[in-house]
Design a protein around this ligand. Structure first.
Ligand code: GUN
Ligand code: ZN
Length: 648
């Protein structure tokens, strides 16, 4: 039912397939009133003018209106709503939250959802309010799980949405998520609407961070009732694949406009600033003068348009590896959003297993940027890299990165194997010169770059003083080392280039792999036009290709080298024998053909694709994290970049 195509951490682009079509995730389901007389916008309008491919409606309300319920039984839900796409039905748990009770049994409401032909059915869960005492929350979780187990039996192979409850108690959320995961086609984090309504977004972040590790990665996750566009990026970052919104018509009825930057009262709008296609046709200043029903319809359509635009924006950010940037930007919508971002910083550890080795850019867009998980991981790896190397020397090296690397002092260039670390100052502290071009340091853009007094340019004469703040792990050694004149050609200092090549290899595969390299058989090639290191050769064969992110990845030759030196299961993905002939033709490795994988492999890393006897057949880029491979029944686990040829 769910296939993962692309990702940025827990933010995922996926494909969700139901009996009425396939939708791309993150997807937004507009909440539709099942009674056509009560719909602000009809499902077919929502489909034709706003492009909705899936909606959600309440089976409980529908069943409560006997003549409509009967029509749904005879015509089917899709006929009644005049909507040919995916329709999910909810069960009445939300009405329990609003009215304090419901008059239907769990079996009856499920049977009704089945009878009307819902694509995704929801059992009647117990809505656990955020502030109830532990014992009450526990009763809700236990009862919900009992009903979910019965529901799984009752609905057979029909797609089942399973609510996860537990209030604000981490251990109850964990228990609910763990119990639900094997039974669910869609995992729905429930009980969060009261947090949304009172802007308790920081608590929402804490709860979602607590529950994420217990939700099976191969299941899509629905955040029940998270329907304001300012929250979609944050929700996606924390692993939300499906959202639903009733806010579009609720806010419209109150005369409010939704934007990803927050909400606004139409009454206060005097300027025609909305450029959405609906407001371009009918400017907001004229909307304010419309009769009430038309005004509400316009506001609802505008609100839904803004929601869909933001969902598309979130998908684009995931594709571009810029979801963190987007979340930080959205955090300016409201102080409560800001509080949510501050809370997020406390959970960065959670993201490490799915944190990609690199992204195209790293923009410092808020004062929380330098606390993203990418920086945390870099700092941890750096500590390991420095270990056992004696005290680093902080050279007052002006300018960041490898462009100026060629101007390194003679002592740095002389001995590629010298244990002394020459560290340059960067916005995240001192970094060994040979690592200063890799993600996240290389592409890091900070505001200082654009403030003339702080620009990290290479001064003509004097160098800026080194940064030897506490915890920097660096100490200044002696007088400043003079810089060499700029080199005439890239790679002009072979020993320095070697130090650089060895450094990035060690960064990726550890000291053992680096120390075993026979230096007299290693060569380095630079790009003539940019001067950047492009290839590292072993015995005249390209073994490692250096990407734009400054990180090396192996070819088959390099893969063999790493495989020989790194013990199983490091960097490996074990493929089923059936997949081997396809791998040797360069085809991707599907998740269902994975027998095992190094759990430390993050998505985006380069891996060795081996068989059960540890014979290497291909190398490629991981789409899934090592811990996720084999769990997804559909989709690619590793995209092969190089392979052995011919039969085994
Ligand atoms: N809609 C919003 N929250 C919930 C919830 O917790 N459970 C169900 N079934 N529907 C919801
Ligand atoms: Zn608009």
């Amino acid at each position: 039912m769910f296939e993962l195509l692309d990702r940025d951490g827990y933010g995922r682009i996926g494909r969700l397939t139901t009996p009425h079509g396939t939708v791309r995730t993150p997807v937004l389901l507009p909440v539709i009133h099942p009674d056509p007389a009560r719909q602000v916008l009809s499902p077919s309008e929502i489909r034709s003018t706003l492009g909705a491919e899936a909606v959600i409606t309440s089976s409980y309300i529908l069943r409560g209106r006997p003549e409509l319920g009967e029509r749904a039984r005879s015509e089917g839900l899709h006929g009644l709503l005049d909507f040919p796409g995916t329709i999910m039905t909810d069960s009445g748990a939300f009405q329990q939250h609003v009215y304090g009770g419901v008059d239907v049994t769990p079996e009856e409401i499920l049977e009704f959802q089945r009878a009307i032909g819902s694509d995704i059915v929801t059992p009647l869960d117990v809505f656990v309010e955020p502030d109830v005492p532990y014992a009450e929350a526990e009763r809700g979780v236990v009862e919900t799980l009992l009903r979910v187990r019965a529901a799984r039996e009752q609905v057979g192979t029909r797609l089942l949405a399973v609510p996860v409850q537990g209030g604000l108690f981490p251990e109850l959320r964990a228990r609910s998520a763990q119990g639900s995961s094997p039974l669910a086609d869609l995992l729905c984090v429930g009980g969060i609407v009261p947090l949304m309504e009172s802007y308790r977004f920081a608590e929402l972040v804490r709860m979602l961070a607590d529950v994420r590790p217990f939700l099976s990665p191969e299941r899509p996750v629905h955040l029940f009732g998270l329907g304001h566009p300012m929250l979609f990026a944050l929700g996606a970052l924390l692993g939300g694949d499906v959202f639903d919104t009733s806010s579009y018509h609720k806010f419209a009825r109150r005369g409010s406009l939704l934007f990803p930057e927050g909400s606004m009262d139409l009454a206060s709008v005097t300027e025609d600033f909305c450029g959405c296609s609906l407001c371009a046709e009918l400017p907001l200043s004229r909307v304010a003068r419309l009769p009430e029903d038309q005004r509400i319809r316009h506001l609802a359509a505008h609100n839904l348009r803004q929601c869909f635009l933001e969902i598309a924006r979130v998908r684009q950010a995931i594709r571009d590896g810029e979801l963190w940037e987007l979340v930080e930007r959205r955090s300016t919508a409201h102080p409560a959003m800001r509080a949510a971002l501050l809370e997020l910083r406390r959970h960065r550890e959670l993201f490490l297993p799915v944190e990609p080795p690199s992204r195209t850019s790293f923009l410092v867009t808020s004062d929380a940027s330098l606390e993203r998980p990418a920086i945390l991981r870099f700092e941890r790896k750096l500590a390991a890299y420095r270990e056992g190397r004696g005290s680093p020397s902080l050279t007052p090296f002006p300018g960041l990165g490898l462009r100026e690397l060629e101007r390194a002092p003679a002592a740095v260039r002389a001995d590629p194997l010298s244990r002394t670390l020459w560290e340059v100052t960067t916005p995240i502290g001192p970094v060994p010169i040979e690592l200063s071009g890799i993600y996240p340091v290389g592409p890091l853009l900070t505001p200082a770059e654009y403030a003339p007094e702080h620009r990290r340019s290479v001064p003509a004469e004097a160098s800026p003083p080194p940064d030897t703040g506490p915890g920097s792990g660096a100490e200044q050694t002696g007088p400043e080392t003079p810089l060499e004149p700029a080199p005439t050609s890239p790679g002009a200092h072979p020993t320095l280039a070697l130090r650089h090549a060895l450094g990035i290899i060690e960064w990726c595969w550890g000291r053992g792999v680096r120390e075993a390299l026979p230096l007299d058989r290693v060569e380095v090639h630079h790009s003539r036009s940019t001067g950047r290191m492009r290839e590292i050769l072993l015995d005249h064969e390209v073994a490692f290709i250096v990407g734009n992110d400054g990180l090396p990845h192996f070819t088959m030759a390099g893969g063999r080298w790493v495989q020989r030196l790194a013990p199983r299961p490091s960097y490996r993905v074990v493929a089923h024998a059936d997949a081997v002939p396809f791998l040797r033709e360069g085809r991707s490795l599907f998740s269902r053909h994975v027998l095992g994988a190094d759990p430390a492999v993050p998505p985006g890393a380069y891996v060795l694709v081996v068989d059960e006897q540890d014979r290497l057949h291909a190398v490629g880029r991981a789409i899934l994290a090592g811990s996720e491979m084999g769990r997804f029944l559909r989709g690619v686990a590793v995209r092969v970049t190089a392979h052995e040829h011919g039969p085994q």
